[in-house]
Design a protein around this ligand. Structure first.
Ligand SMILES: [Zn+2]
Length: 129
C-alpha cells in the first residue's frame, strides 16, 4: 500500500512534484499545482479511464451531489470500499482534476467525487447502483 504524504496546498507558484505513487499495481501522478493527472500500470502508462477504474472502480456510489464549484453539471459522490481508502490519499484534496473531456475527479479526503457533463456517462457510472 502506498503511504500518504503531506501535500502542499494548491497555489500559484507551487512547484510541481511529479512522482508516481502506487496503490497495488496502479500508479498515479496527481499534481494539484498544474492539474496533471496520469496513471500507470505494470506495463507502462494506463488509459486514464482504466486508471480510474483500477483505483476507484470498487468504490460505493453514495449519490448525486450539487455541482457547486464543479467543472461539470453532474457530480456523483463515492465512498471507498472497506480497506480501499488508501487509494483516495493518492489524490490532492479539494482540487478538481481532469481525467478526460468528459470526466473530472476530486477528493475531499474521505469521499471521491466524479464530475461529468455527459448524461450517458452518469448512467454508466451509476449502473448497478
Ligand atoms: Zn505539476
Amino acid at each position: 500500500m502506498a503511504t500518504n504524504e503531506s501535500h502542499t496546498p494548491a497555489a500559484l507558484g507551487t512547484e510541481c512534484r511529479h512522482r508516481v505513487r502506487f496503490s497495488g499495481r496502479t500508479g498515479v501522478v496527481a499534481c494539484a499545482a498544474c492539474g496533471l493527472l496520469e496513471f500507470f500500470g505494470a506495463a507502462g502508462p494506463l488509459d486514464p479511464a482504466e486508471g480510474v477504474a483500477a483505483l476507484f472502480g470498487n468504490y460505493d456510489l453514495i449519490g448525486k451531489v450539487p455541482a457547486v464549484g464543479a467543472p461539470a453539471a453532474q457530480v456523483l459522490a463515492y465512498r471507498p470500499a472497506r480497506g480501499r481508502k488508501a487509494t483516495l490519499s493518492l489524490l490532492p484534496v479539494g482540487c478538481w482534476m481532469r481525467v478526460s473531456d468528459e470526466l473530472w475527479l476530486a477528493s475531499d479526503g474521505s469521499v471521491l467525487l466524479l464530475a461529468t457533463p455527459n448524461r450517458l456517462m452518469v448512467d454508466n457510472l451509476t449502473r448497478g447502483a
